[in-house]
Design a protein around this ligand. Structure first.
Ligand code: ADP
Ligand code: MG
Length: 569
């Protein structure tokens, strides 16, 4: 059974490893954060599993993480007695890149030419386990999952292959041993066999981890006879304080940032930190984050939501979609509810009044945070909107309760400016005397829209038009009736009336004249195009193009028609 099997890494995993090995990522220390984060997740999972499955024969009396250094062998081992992995899980989770957005990553990897570009990638993809290869030239993982007869040993030097074999006597949980790269003579800062160095990194990146992170440390004292005496003791390196249970002024931004990276599995900094607490009937604490960068799977079918649910400090589940509406799926963080059962299941959560109440509060809080951002920090708001605006606008369709707030915090491209987007309030402020509708046009790009014949009359009269280019725009703009009493009106549909009374009279006279002049032509066109058009008429909406095709007021726009066609309807 100790048969050693050699396997190939999946292509993306191989490229990623390559990136890690040759990375000059400026902050290599973060590998430890990633491995500790994984160990902590594994302990959370085991505690919950043991609670739910009383038949599971595991020891949960002393769940912890351990760092173990062998200076002579130059190895560092990160060990946990958590949930472990089966052999298949090792292959799936470690041997392949199980993360979504792999297609995107592959593309980016191909494009990344220089070190700076790959550093950027490391940050964006949040590469967990593989970050070990930034500091190690060989990694050995031994793991044993409760309930499995044997354990599994996995080893790789980060080239194209890894080996995998069964091991009989592996203890519960997982150990990851890093065979550290040869020390850079000039660079004692990166000595990962140094006790103080490891202590420092743990304090900095993993202090809040709920499980004890232990290490054997040496202490030199003077013995009775005056000689140095070295004693060893096991020290817990982290304070284990749950950040969400502490008030905001007790916690530094750095601590929040590191916690964010742990819960969100992210490498960027949070754009906003949102601590919340509620006392009374439904008691809970929450700590939410808005990321700086959108993840690559934001629009993937198998995307995840980012909220972890805890009950009285005990981890219950990842991706708790009942706690946050889908259009806020980019929000990361934890909710710790006091009055739920530890046995709570996803099915129960769906029905739970308390969860629904928390969800409403979280939603309002996130939206009001964005609103404050928009009024207080324009740059930050712009970053936010560029990354998440497309998702937030989904809420205009699905969340009618918060529609007004959502409309107020949304921005759009407009003919008013090529650089700056506008809010709807800004648009309304600039509306012409007598204008009572908000004009928009939808399509694939600003450039296409600007040159659309439908725009000509508006451009000629200097009337502002919103240029809506996100697919979701098609959907909300037809389902949201109005903003501050002003209806949304497509410039590509029906009759759009842009003229004043005097202009109308003049135009009417001119039209009568023209109809006489062009009557024969119109009749001929109508007969010739018979099957394809409902009507052929003279129009005042064009100033430079000779003709354009117009939809009925209630017909689909060309873009929506394309969308339906593309989805096979
Ligand atoms: P992430 O943590 O974002 O899922 P990682 O690359 O850090 O990505 O880890 C990949 C997966 O490998 C984890 O999701 C987990 O299932 C598994 N894993 C990693 N380390 C451990 C561990 N110490 N114990 C159990 N499972 C682990
Ligand atoms: Mg991880």
């Amino acid at each position: 059974s100790t048969h050693v099997e050699q396997r190939e890494f999946q292509a993306e995993a191989r490229q990623l490893l390559d990136l890690m090995i040759h990375s000059i990522y400026s902050n290599k220390d973060t590998f430890l954060r990633e491995l500790i984060s994984n160990a902590s997740d594994a302990l959370d999972k085991l505690r919950l599993e043991a609670f739910r499955n009383k038949d599971l024969n595991v020891d949960t009396s002393d769940l912890h993480i351990e760092l173990d250094v062998d200076k002579d062998a130059r190895t560092l081992t990160i060990r946990d007695n958590g949930i472990g992995m089966s052999r298949d899980e090792v292959v799936d989770l470690i041997g392949t890149l199980a993360r979504s957005g792999t297609g995107e990553l592959r593309k980016k990897l191909r494009e990344a030419k220089d070190a700076a570009a790959s550093e950027e990638l490391i940050g964006q993809f949040g590469i967990g386990f593989y970050s070990a290869f930034m500091v190690a030239d060989k990694v050995t993982l031994v793991t044993h999952k409760p309930g499995q007869d044997a354990g599994t040993r996995w080893e790789s030097s980060g080239e194209s292959t890894y080996t995998i074999e069964d091991v009989e006597d592996a203890p519960q949980g997982t150990s990851v041993t890093l065979h550290l790269k040869p020390e850079d003579a000039d660079d004692h800062l990166y000595d990962y066999t140094s006790q103080w160095k490891l202590e420092e990194i743990v304090k900095k990146y993993s202090d809040f981890i709920a499980w004890p992170i232990r290490m054997e440390v040496s202490r030199t004292t003077k013995g009775e006879d005056g000689t140095d005496e070295v004693t060893f003791e096991t020290k817990t390196l982290n304070s284990q304080k749950a950040l969400w249970a502490r008030s905001r002024d007790e916690v530094s931004d750095d601590e929040y940032h590191e916690f964010y990276k742990h819960v969100a599995h992210a490498w960027d900094e949070p754009l906003e930190i949102i601590p919340m607490r509620a006392e009374g009937t439904f008691e809970y604490q929450a700590l939410l984050f808005i990321p700086t960068h959108a993840p690559f799977d934001l629009f993937a079918r198998e995307r995840k939501t980012g909220i972890q649910l805890y009950v009285k400090r005990v981890f219950i589940m990842d991706d708790c979609e009942d706690l946050i509406p889908e259009y806020l799926r980019f929000v990361k963080g934890v909710v710790d509810a006091q009055d739920l059962s530890l046995n709570v299941s996803r099915e129960i959560l769906q029905q739970d009044r308390q969860i629904r109440a928390i969800r409403r509060r979280l939603t309002k809080k996130v939206l009001s945070t964005v609103k404050d951002m928009a009024t207080q920090d324009a740059d930050k708001y712009r970053t936010f909107w560029n990354e998440f605006g497309r998702v937030l606008k989904e809420g205009l369709i699905s969340d009618t309760d918060n529609r007004d707030t959502l409309l107020a915090i949304s921005s759009f491209d407009s003919t008013a400016s090529a650089e700056e987007q506008t809010t709807l309030a800004g648009y309304v402020e600039r509306m012409k005397d007598g204008q009572d509708e908000i004009y928009y046009i939808t399509g694939e790009s600003r450039q296409l829209l600007e040159s659309s014949p439908h725009m000509e009359a508006f451009t000629a009269k200097g009337i502002e038009v919103l240029l809506l280019t996100d697919p979701v725009d098609e959907m909300w703009v037809t389902s949201v009736p109005e903003f501050e009493g002003k209806a949304f009106r497509s410039v590509a549909k029906g009759e759009v009336d842009l003229d004043t009374e005097d202009e109308k009279k003049a135009a009417e006279a001119e039209r009568e004249e023209q109809e006489k002049e062009f009557g024969d032509l119109l009749t001929w066109m109508k007969e010739t195009l018979d099957e394809h058009v409902k009507e052929v008429r003279l129009s005042s909406r064009l100033t430079t193009s000779p003709a354009c095709i117009v939809g009925d007021t209630f017909s689909m726009s060309p873009a929506l028609e394309r969308m339906y066609k593309a989805s096979g309807q």
